[in-house]
Design a protein around this ligand. Structure first.
Ligand SMILES: NC(=O)c1ccc[n+]([C@@H]2O[C@H](COP(=O)([O-])OP(=O)(O)OC[C@H]3O[C@@H](n4cnc5c(N)ncnc54)[C@H](OP(=O)(O)O)[C@@H]3O)[C@@H](O)[C@H]2O)c1
Length: 268
């Protein structure tokens, strides 16, 4: 039987590399993308040796607005049909909204929001024609609340990805695409390179260890949820509790907490 194929963005590290490992272990072929081609090549060799799957590497910078179209054209050029899409590439911008350049905010929006939406838009018709599709948008627990200074746009973007995933899941069901599912995966603190990239490792290392999860159970929760047609999943008991609290606490309390967090930056 023909193997299914999953495209994973941001597969060179952390949660994306774990998605590649778990889909390979399930027998799926893979297309991997990120900027660091050497890392992707090493992962491709590891997965082919371990699971006998085909892995294609496409090095791209998703901050380039033409990257999603180029990526889809490259997949089509190789005759590859995408059954699964994991929109995972992402990062946090260091600094406040005031202190960052517009160019950096625009690139952030491109990588974390526009590229996932465009890839979904370009790949859904093929999934519909073949009657099967799995789309996982890696959002965040941060999407449940307003962002404190330094995470200003992060919360908005992740909240948007949650709503987008819920909408795609509903639209597919309404149009009769019963075996196409879309899920927003909302991790809390997860061990990866994320906090090294945004320069908060020193601070986050002081946080209680029970708040943290390994990438493996986070990814497992995402794959299980999309197979069950669940539009949103929050992995881990502590994260589930925090997601529930954001819904039941009075809104002014949540805003006061965000203001308190933001006040750490008031001298910037
Ligand atoms: N770790 C957490 O605590 C946490 C919590 C909630 C949500 N998340 C979300 O989980 C996702 C994965 O993050 P992670 O924790 O696994 O972080 P990570 O270890 O730093 O991995 C981030 C991945 O994104 C890729 N990426 C970054 N900028 C890119 C660009 N311009 N073009 C293409 N690829 C790019 C990186 O590849 P290259 O550098 O090679 O391009 C890397 O593969 C993100 O969307 C993040 O927002 C993380």
């Amino acid at each position: 039987m023909k193997r299914r194929l999953c495209l994973v963005t941001g597969a060179s590290a952390g949660i994306g590399a774990e998605f590649a490992r778990q889909y390979a272990a399930l027998g799926w072929n893979l297309s991997l993308t990120a900027r660091r081609a050497d890392r992707l090549d090493a992962l491709a060799a590891e997965l082919t040796a371990a699971y006998g799957v085909e892995v294609h590497v496409f090095a791209e910078d998703l901050a380039d607005p033409s990257a999603p179209a180029r990526l889809v054209a490259a997949l089509e050029g190789k005759g590859l049909e995408v059954d699964g899409l994991v929109n995972n590439a992402g990062y946090g911008l260091p600094g406040t909204f005031f202190s960052t350049r517009w160019e950096d905010q625009a690139a952030f929006l491109q990588v974390l929001y526009t590229a996932p939406v465009e890839l979904t838009h370009r790949l859904l018709p093929g999934m519909a024609a073949r009657g099967f599709g799995r789309i996982i948008n890696v959002a965040s627990l941060a999407g449940y609340a307003a962002g404190s200074a330094g995470h200003t746009l992060y919360a908005s973007v992740k909240s948007g990805l949650i709503k987008f995933s819920e909408s795609i899941e509903a639209e597919c069901a309404a149009l009769g695409h019963t075996d196409i599912h879309c899920t927003a995966l909302c991790p809390g603190f997860t061990w990866s390179e994320f906090h090294d990239v945004n320069g908060t490792r020193e601070t986050t290392n002081k946080m209680p260890k029970w708040l943290w999860m390994e990438a493996a159970p986070v990814v497992r929760a995402g794959i299980e949820a999309v197979n069950r047609g669940k539009p949103v999943v929050v992995p881990g008991a502590a994260n589930k509790l925090m997601a529930t609290l954001t819904r039941i606490l009075p809104e002014p309390w949540g805003r006061a907490m965000v203001r308190a967090q933001s006040s750490r930056y008031r001298k910037l």
